[in-house]
Each structure stands twice: as C-alpha cells, then as structure tokens.
Design a protein around this ligand. Structure first.
Ligand code: HXC
Length: 514
C-alpha cells in the first residue's frame, strides 16, 4: 500500500470514528437536550487546540454480543488542548456510543489522560455523560472505576480536577466527581445519584422523579455535592473558563497575576452595613467592594448560604474568600457551613491561594438538630482546615465574632497572619443579651424593675466586652482599622505575606475529622 493509500485509509477510519454512535444517535442526543461530546470539547477549548489521544482504542469485551460490535473510541474522547491559552487535559464521555458506559478500555483511556495531566502538571477536566459501569463487561468495568478513584485521590492536590456532569452519572460513578475539586451541573441535563428512582421504588416503595432525586437544582441547593450551576452547557463552559482564571496549573505553579482589572468601586461602609448590629446585610456587597473590578466568583452559592466562599482578585492576586453571610441565619456556623468552608480552605491551601476571612457571625447554631447532625465533628473540620493551612491568612472582623465561631473563623489562635477589626467589631464569648441573662441572672431577678436592670447589664456588657479593644489589648487583633481603608489595608497585608513560607511538623499525613 502506498503512503497515499495508507493516509486515505487512516483518514476514512478516523472520519468514521469521530461520528461516535452515528448521525441518528447524535440526533437523539440533541433531542435529549444535550450536546454531542465532540461539540462539547470544541465549545470548551480554545479554537483548534484540541489534540485527541487514543481514538483507535477498542474494547476487549467478549460477552453478550459486544464482541461483534465496534464502539467508536470506546465511548470516551480523550486528549489535551488549551483554555484561555493554558494547557489542560480533558475527557468527554460519548453517550451516543453504548450510552457512554464505562468498560475496561474506556477506563484505561481516562486513567491515561489523568496520568498525563498529573505528569505534565496541568488541570484535568472530565465531562461525564454515562450510563455507568458497562453491564456487559462485569467486574472489568468496576475495576475501571476503582482505577479512576485511585488517581482522583493520588492526584488530589497535585493538579486541579474539574468534573462536569452533562447527563446521567449513576451508581458508584458519582464518586469520581465527588473526589474532584469542583463539580459543575447544568439545569435539566445533569443527573447524579447512587440508586435511581426505579431501585428506590422497588426497595422502599417511594415514588420520586429523577429530577427531584438528583437533578442539577437538587444538588446545587440541597446536597452540597456540586459547586457551580448553569442554565445551559455554554454558560457552564464559560464558568469553567472563569474558574480556571483563578486557579493554578498545579501545586507548584503560582496563579498568574492579573493587573488588568480596575480597582473596586469606592468603599462606603455606611451604605453596606446597617448601624443596628442586629440588622442583616448582604456580605457579598462587602466582598464586591473589596475585590478588583468588584468581581467575585462565588462557589456553592445555592447551598449553606449562611457562609459565602469564592474567589476574588486583590491587586491582581487570586485570593480565596470565606465570609459569614449575615443575610442568612445571621451568618451562623452550622454543619453544612463548616463542611463547605473547610473543603474550600483546604483547596486554597493545596494550591497556594491566599485566604481572606471576613467575620460577622453569632457563633455555632445551637439546637438538638445540629447536635445530632454531628456539629461537633463537622465544626471541627473548619478548625482543622484553618489550623493546617500554611498559605497567607488574613482575617477581618466586621461585626460579631462570638464564641467558638470567633476561634473557628481564622482567628489569630488558628494561625491567622494578620487580624484586622473594624471599630464596629464585637468580640466576646457570647452575645450581650445572652451573656447578661446568665452572669447577671440573680441581679435581674431580684431587681424591682428587671427589664431596666437587664438593659443596664446588657449595656454594661457591651461597653466592657462587645468591642474590638479587649481583643486588641491582648494582641489577638493586630489593628483596628478605618473601614474606608479596608481594601488598601488588605492589599498591603497580602503583599507583606507574599513570601510566607511555613511548614507543618514532620509526619506521614494528618487525620482530618470527616
Ligand atoms: C451498557 C448501557 C448502559 C450500561 C446505558 N446503556 N447504560 N449499556 N451498560 N450501564 C446503553 C443502552 O442499552 C442504550 O443502548 C444506550 O446506552 C442509551 O441508553 P438509553 O437507556 O436508551 O438512554 P436513556 O433513555 O437516556 O436512559 C439513560 C440511563 C439508562 C438512565 C442512563 O440507560 C440507564 O438506566 N442505564 C443503566 C444505568 C445503571 O444502572 N448503570 C449501572 C450503574 S452501577 P442502545 O444500543 O439501545 O442505544 C455502576 C457501578 C459502578 O455504575 C460502581 C463503581 C464503584
């Protein structure tokens, strides 16, 4: 065969393989409201940058008639390319080929591209759309999942791992996304569950729709399993590109500075924070007032809304923000808020992204529900994550910092490098009302006018403790600052911390409460 003929053969084989399950199957995929896997890669990556690997891989199954079938690219497209000019590795399951089901070779393709991403130190992005373990391949399919989970874990903290749910993701298959750093979902397209509606119906007799059980909105608002929600696939790809702009390629590489952004709009505390300390306000307005160009990429915005997490740039530098949200349950800390913030703190620490903590909360949420949900164990995660983190940690106390929450929200005692407080800060064991009722109980009870005495005692407590000066007098707060100068003070604090180099004591690894 001449070279020209060989090339012709290669070209026609390739042309047939890139059609996936064929035109009809692609049409069906569109009717399901989903993009074809190859179109997804084209949409996500920079134009013309995708290089495909393992297109010619074939399955090795010998049973249930599969041995007679060709499965194009074995139902998964793998390769590398660029997003915003930066290298990434990617895999996209092709639902048009055997429902994107995962067999031995399909898994091998995924593990190979994961290995490449870790070796080359570039993020891995997985586009999931699959009926799960390929039933005809039996234990080989299960083994394939195990091989992927192993790499998700071993490469955790080496390169960022991003998972996008763009179809069904059923059974144990959901555990690869769960092991990755960020999970994206799309309305009506994404479905994630361990056991589907049919199994639930047959085992416990409950009727539930797939959407309610494990649709995008369910996961975004109820389970905390996902980080970003979009209305359609294009919006989702835009969010992935945005996220990548805040995170590095790997744990040894810094995030590129972006000094093209304008400063935030002029900070005006009185427009944002009400003078009555009991009144709520939206902490995101404070974050927007601090961030370059007032841009904030919020993460897990629909779940555990009493805490806000996400990325900003501060004088060009990517910065992770953890902030109580007084607009939701007064910004109290609870089981979910602790889980949400602790995992984020650990992500930032793994990839050397400095942390800004904004504090305004009345402490941990009291009550039997929280106690029985394990608030001790979950709350401990936040203490642990902050104590373990060695990145620059700057804390600003805006208003309330009461009780255990004061310690947990990156206090000096958990290793904060610099702690600022506004003059409006109240740092104490508990709120003035609760404190006065306990320590002055007898005086209030014995008083001829208990209500007046109660108010006097509350005022006395506020005067003595509900301010930043007691903490500042002991060095727990480094500086009480003018709120109007917040952005400038934070920029300087991160600037002095930019060469911080701290190490944990020698050990194998730590044992985080889970
Ligand atoms: C082999 C599969 C498959 C699978 C789907 N297909 N899932 N083939 N193994 N797991 C095939 C179908 O036979 C069909 O082939 C094509 O993919 C499209 O599937 P449809 O059912 O027509 O699509 P749809 O109606 O959209 O339904 C999608 C679905 C459903 C909800 C995902 O296919 C489904 O319930 N599949 C089984 C899901 C499941 O139970 N998987 C195992 C989970 S356990 P044709 O040839 O007709 O086009 C698991 C264990 C992992 O994953 C453990 C890891 C630790």
């Amino acid at each position: 065969m001449s070279i020209r003929e060989k090339m012709k053969k290669w070209f026609s084989q390739r042309a047939s393989l890139i059609k996936g399950g064929g035109e009809k199957a692609i049409e069906k995929q569109k009717i399901r409201g989903k993009l074809f896997a190859r179109d997804r890669i084209t949409s996500l990556l920079d134009n013309g940058t995708f290089i495909e690997t393992d297109l010619f891989v074939e399955h090795t199954a010998k049973d249930f008639g599969l041995e007679k079938q060709k499965l194009a690219a074995d139902g998964v497209i793998t390769g590398y390319g660029k997003i915003n000019g930066r290298n990434i590795c990617v895999f996209a399951q092709d639902f048009t080929v055997a429902g994107g089901s995962l067999g031995k070779m399909h898994a091998l393709k995924i593990t190979k591209i994961m290995d490449l991403s870790a070796k080359m130190g570039v993020p891995i992005i997985g586009l999931n759309d699959s009926g799960g373990a390929r039933i005809q391949e039996g234990v080989d399919a299960l083994a394939g999942y195990g091989d992927i989970f192993f790499r998700n874990t071993r490469y955790s903290g080496v390169v960022p791992q991003i998972s996008v749910i763009l179809g069904p993701c059923a059974g144990g298959a959901v555990y690869s996304p769960a092991l990755m750093d960020f999970v994206f979902v799309v309305n009506k397209v994404s479905k994630m569950f361990i056991t589907g509606p049919q199994v639930i119906k047959s085992v416990i007799g409950e009727d539930i729709s797939m959407e309610e059980l494990g649709g995008a909105k369910t996961h975004f608002t109820k389970t905390g399993n996902v980080h970003f929600y979009s209305e359609d696939e294009d919006a989702c790809f835009n969010k992935i590109r945005k996220l990548l702009s805040y995170i590095p390629d790997n744990f040894e590489k810094p995030v590129q500075l972006n000094d093209s952004l304008k400063p935030s709009k002029k900070f005006n505390i009185e427009n944002i924070i009400p003078s009555d300390p009991k009144e709520p306000y939206d902490m995101r307005n404070v974050i927007n007032s601090i961030a370059d160009d007032s841009q904030f990429l919020e993460i897990q915005a629909g779940w555990a809304r009493n805490i806000v997490i996400g990325f900003i740039r501060l004088n060009g530098r990517s910065t992770g923000v953890v902030a109580n949200q007084p607009d939701m349950l007064a910004g109290v800390l609870d089981v979910n808020a602790s889980d949400k913030s602790a995992r984020f703190v650990r992500f930032c620490d793994s990839f050397n992204i400095p942390l800004l903590t904004l504090v305004d909360m009345p402490g941990y949420l009291p009550g039997i529900d929280q106690e029985h949900a394990g608030v001790i164990r979950h709350g401990a995660k936040l203490l642990y994550a902050y104590s373990e983190a060695t990145v620059p940690k700057i804390t600003l106390i805006l208003r309330k910092a009461y009780g255990g929450g004061y310690i947990a929200m990156c206090s000096k005692h958990l290793g904060a490098d610099i702690v600022f407080a506004w003059p409006s800060a109240e740092i104490a064991v508990m709120g003035p009302q609760g404190a006065a009722n306990i320590i002055f109980r007898k005086e209030i009870e014995n008083s001829l006018n208990p209500e007046i005495t109660r108010q006097e005692k509350i005022d006395e407590y506020i005067e003595k403790f509900a301010n930043p000066y007691v903490a500042a007098s002991k060095g727990y707060v480094d500086a009480v600052i003018n709120p109007d100068e917040t952005r400038d003070m934070l920029i300087k604090a991160f600037d002095i911390s930019s060469e911080k180099n701290e190490h944990l004591p020698r050990k194998k690894h730590s044992n985080m409460p889970v």
